[in-house]
Design a protein around this ligand. Structure first.
Ligand SMILES: *Cc1c(COP(=O)(O)O)cnc(C)c1O
Length: 445
């Protein structure tokens, strides 16, 4: 499979450290960054990329690092995947922009057709394209409000929906996402999630009734336009709600004329071992929001949903200068094709199985929970035998992995979750090597 996913000139699929991490050239670039780039734009690992593909990132010093982050779940098909490069190159030579709202083009329509076909549910659908996850989430809320003529929006504990004003209000965590940035948009209400590791193993049904009770008492279904939820939370800590939670919420939404919006920005496009995370429980959202993995790294996002809801907006009410840019659409069509031809859904399951087995094999009592679906796996680090978060250990393990040339990301409300999101173009030997490194790092920290 790798020939189809690792482009030419193919990068050697190896971990190779030739300097300290970060090396001198990266350090030099990072000093320029500090002088030129706003301090609020953070960096997980300050190695400066010069090439990436398959399962590696090559830096300015010639180090080759194993990528367990995919640029935050974006390069699912791999960096510079050959099919994406070819499709974008061809489009680049034809035209780069007209603005779809001025003179449209077929690529946008084809992406919409594909999303309408592939997203959960066989009902008639429509799609609108945007640039970022946050922008698409905002538009899903606009659409739900226009359709229902109601204003309130329910989101959940630990949720992450973006960094724009409305999506900051929808995001749970103060630091670093909201701190000092208020006032936030109104009519956003937060309900409790299903979080087995921290709610005493409450069943999905019980957790759903707890959320529904709060919504009915504190918001009132008649005021509620939409429930917006990540079917598996991303930044919040890869929290997989207990079985039954999502289906009951959807049912309640349908019974009450509330638009159920699945934010699949992080979980979509094969990441979880289904095309969409909703598919695991046959959940059919009214609107589904996608981005990250959709276009192999080109900026694109989408809202797809029931035709009658999507079409409730007046003409001109949706759009934007760049939404559905032709290059991004070409990339998305290549990504969708590649997911099918390379069976990346199956690949995500295999990668996930390996990761979960390896993590259990560490047998480290500080790993309180191993969770996720498909190639979206995380561990929650705690003081042994408790649920007390251990963010210091999490930071130390991530830093030690980085020093050994393995790119890992942290997340979680308590900063104590290590998450693993390898590109699905990752060869097996590199995946094993990355987890050998992690096992060693856990032993030494
Ligand atoms: C990343 C993310 C967003 C925001 O996407 P951006 O492209 O960064 O605006 C929204 N929702 C979820 C679930 C995400 O993971």
């Amino acid at each position: 499979m790798n020939d189809h996913l690792i482009g030419g000139p193919a990068l050697p699929q190896e971990r190779r450290l030739v300097t300290a991490i970060p090396g001198p050239e990266s350090a030099r670039l990072h000093a320029r960054k500090a002088a030129a780039v706003a301090a609020g734009v953070g960096t997980t690992l300050p190695v400066y990329t010069v090439a990436a593909g398959g399962g590696v990132i090559v830096d300015a010093d010639g180090n080759s690092l194993i990528d367990l982050g995919s640029g935050i779940a974006v390069t699912t098909v791999g960096n510079s995947a050959p099919a994406v490069v070819d499709a974008v190159t061809e489009q680049l030579q034809a035209f780069t922009h007209t603005c779809f709202m001025v003179t449209p083009y077929d690529g946008y329509v084809r992406v919409a057709e594909k999303l309408n076909e592939l997203t959960p549910g066989s009902h008639e659908k429509r799609t609108a394209l945007f640039n970022s996850g946050a922008e698409a989430v905002e538009n899903a809320v606009k659409i739900a409000r226009a359709f229902t003529k109601r204003q309130a929006v329910v989101v959940f504990d630990h949720a992450y929906h973006g960094r724009t004003n409305l999506t900051m209000a929808m995001t749970a965590k103060n630091m670093p996402y909201k701190h000092g940035f208020g006032p936030f948009a109104s009519e956003i209400y937060r309900a409790p999630l299903s979080y087995a590791f921290r709610d005493g193993g409450l069943s999905g049904e019980a957790a759903a009734f707890r959320a529904i009770d709060l919504i009915e008492k504190q918001v009132g279904a008649g005021n509620l336009a939409a429930v917006v939820i990540e079917p598996i939370q991303g930044e919040g800590g890869f929290i997989v709600p207990a079985d039954g939670f999502l289906p009951l919420l959807v049912q309640w939404c349908h019974d009450n004329g509330v638009v159920f919006v699945a934010d699949e920005v992080q979980t979509g496009f094969a990441r979880t071992g289904e095309l969409f995370a909703c598919d695991h429980e046959a959940v059919v959202p009214d609107l589904i929001v996608t981005a990250k993995g959709i276009a192999g790294g080109l900026p694109l996002s989408a809202v797809t949903g029931r035709a009658e809801i999507m079409d409730a907006v007046n003409v001109g009410g949706l759009g934007g200068t760049y939404g559905g840019n032709p290059l991004a659409c070409a990339a998305a069509l290549a990504v969708i094709e590649t997911i099918a031809t390379e069976d990346l859904v199956g690949r995500a399951r295999m990668i996930g199985k390996t990761m979960v087995e390896r993590l259990h094999g560490f047998a480290d009592p500080r790993i309180g929970d191993v969770r996720g679906r498909g190639a979206m796996v995380a561990v929650e680090l705690v003081e042994p035998g408790t649920t007390n978060p251990d963010p210091d250990l999490t930071r130390a393990v991530a830093a030690a992995a980085h020093a050994q040339g393995v790119v890992v990301l942290t997340c979680g409300t308590y900063g104590n979750v290590l998450r693993f999101l390898p590109p699905l173009s990752m060869p097996d030997h590199l995946l094993f090597e990355a987890f050998d490194v992690l096992e060693q790092v856990f032993r030494e920290n």
